[in-house]
Design a protein around this ligand. Structure first.
Ligand SMILES: Cc1ncc(COP(=O)(O)O)c(C=O)c1O
Length: 456
């Protein structure tokens, strides 16, 4: 089983780097698990950094605080040591501004352009088609707003799906309040959009279709190549949010007829706060920010050089490790089957087989409340998520679970476990050992449950 620390030339020399990588924490701010809370709090003292270094490792392990199993890799991933190593020089001695003409600047420029090539290679694009920006959210905003404003003279109709990330849906809805017309396509009970329905929605005034490649909550994989063909045949631009699929599923912007593609560094063992938008050569976009010539005037502002270098390296590593998806899938199946075998009244959310992301488990455990489940798992050192990571602070069921038709009470018991390349069989066994008694205890307290019959 591959571990993040594998292949490292000399682990013992990297203590400083390791501590830096780990001290950041691996959770998103909306998470209830310990890793998320660690990144939420601002730790300035050396002491607190050191203690997080021992707790939060790229490999899930047993430390003083007990076993820690990180199964929230769709929220964010731990940064690969090799990414941190590639970035180090650009956070210390190589600090030039890539726009400067002197040597310092030229070194930074060369490194940024190398990284641009590494990102482009992973999606079959050319380097000139890659615009660096702060992450998936900004990429989605720029793609949709940029095209809506640049093509306003051609039409005002936009198409998307009901299970997009909020960074797509909210932008679309905002445009709909400001003179654009929006069609939000439904999905089936597995979270899949129908190509025929996309076709039926296209009108003469349609300017943009935005469909995500893989869903962040239930892992459904959309028929992107078919929709791309349809969009191209109809002269409609096609944007794809590939934040969850990058590095895990093969992507070719050429073969899939994609005009714009959003990607993010922190979902592929790269740094947070860096991402890119692929914009096919010839596609016109109106910038959202003004004030400089960087990134071909499309995204002005001094580049996040270290972040870009780290993202490039993460893309290179992802390309190298694409074959590893199969090992993750086997562990995922063990986890999913193990949950269904050990706990009664479990509904699997999302498709099975090759239409599901290889690292995604999403189940609804009836008669249990998702937030309580997360807190109980967290107390056992298991980091999970209920519905979307970005909305788990909210008591409303996620829009994705609503869109696949789950009743509220079942949606509320949803649990998402997302594996990473650092996940081991021992991690899976640990979850399968801890989860059933937690469910049993929570059900025993639930007025809705006939608990005597609920476990098997
Ligand atoms: C599908 C999808 N799109 C966009 C984003 C936002 O990306 P970022 O965190 O880089 O802004 C996420 C993050 O969870 C996501 O899962």
């Amino acid at each position: 089983m591959y571990k993040l620390s594998d292949n490292h030339p000399d682990q013992s020399k990297q203590t400083g780097v390791v501590r830096q990588a780990n001290s950041v924490g691996v959770g998103q701010t909306a998470e209830v698990h310990q890793a998320g809370r660690a990144s939420h709090a601002s730790h300035t003292s050396q002491a607190s950094h050191t203690s997080h270094a021992s707790q939060i490792g790229p490999a899930n392990h047993t430390g003083a605080a007990g076993r820690r199993v990180y199964l929230d890799n769709s929220a964010t991933t731990p940064q690969d040591y090799r990414v941190t190593e590639a970035m180090m020089a650009f956070m210390t001695e190589t600090y030039g501004n890539p726009s400067s003409v002197h040597q310092f600047g030229r070194v930074a420029r060369t490194a940024v352009e190398k990284a641009r090539g590494q990102v482009a290679d992973l999606i079959g694009a050319t380097p000139e088609e890659i615009v660096f920006l702060s992450g998936g959210t900004e990429a989605n905003n720029l793609a949709i707003q940029g095209v809506a404003h640049a093509r306003a003279n051609k039409g005002h109709h936009l198409i998307t799906t009901a299970i997009e990330h909020h960074a797509v849906l909210d932008v679309m809805e905002d445009l709909a309040k400001n003179g654009y017309e929006l069609t939000v396509l439904p999905v089936d009970s597995e979270g899949l959009v129908s190509v025929a329905e996309v076709q039926a929605a296209i009108r003469p005034d349609t300017i943009l279709i935005s469909v995500m490649h893989a869903n962040n909550e239930i892992g459904s994989i959309q028929p992107i190549a078919e929709i791309g063909t349809l969009a191209r045949e109809n002269g409609v631009l096609f944007h794809v949010d590939a934040v969850q699929s990058l590095g895990k599923l093969p992507i070719s912007v050429i073969d899939m007829n994609i005009d714009m593609l959003s990607v993010s560094g922190h979902k592929i063992y790269g740094p947070k706060g860096i991402g890119a938008l692929y914009i096919r050569k010839g596609v016109k976009i109106k910038p959202m920010t003004l004030g400089g010539g960087q990134e071909r005037n499309i995204r002005p502002g001094t580049e996040n050089v270290a972040g870009i270098i780290g993202f490039g390296e993460a893309c290179r590593l992802a390309a190298e490790g694409m074959g590893g998806a199969f090992a993750v899938e086997l562990l995922r199946d063990k986890l999913l089957n193990g949950i269904v075998e050990r706990i009664s009244d479990v509904v699997v959310n999302g498709p099975l087989g090759d239409k599901r992301m290889p690292n995604n488990v999403n189940v609804s455990i009836k008669f249990v409340e998702g937030e309580s489940l997360l807190l109980s798992l967290d107390m056992q050192g298991i980091a999970a998520s209920s519905g979307s990571a970005c909305t788990s602070g909210s008591l409303d069921p996620s829009h994705v679970l609503m869109a696949i038709g789950l009743p509220h009470e079942i949606a509320h018991g949803s649990l998402r476990l997302t594996l990473g390349k650092q996940t081991t069989e021992e991690d899976v066994d640990y979850v399968l050992e801890k989860l059933p008694p937690i469910v049993e205890r929570l059900r025993a307290m639930s007025p809705l449950c006939d608990c005597a019959a609920s476990q098997h």
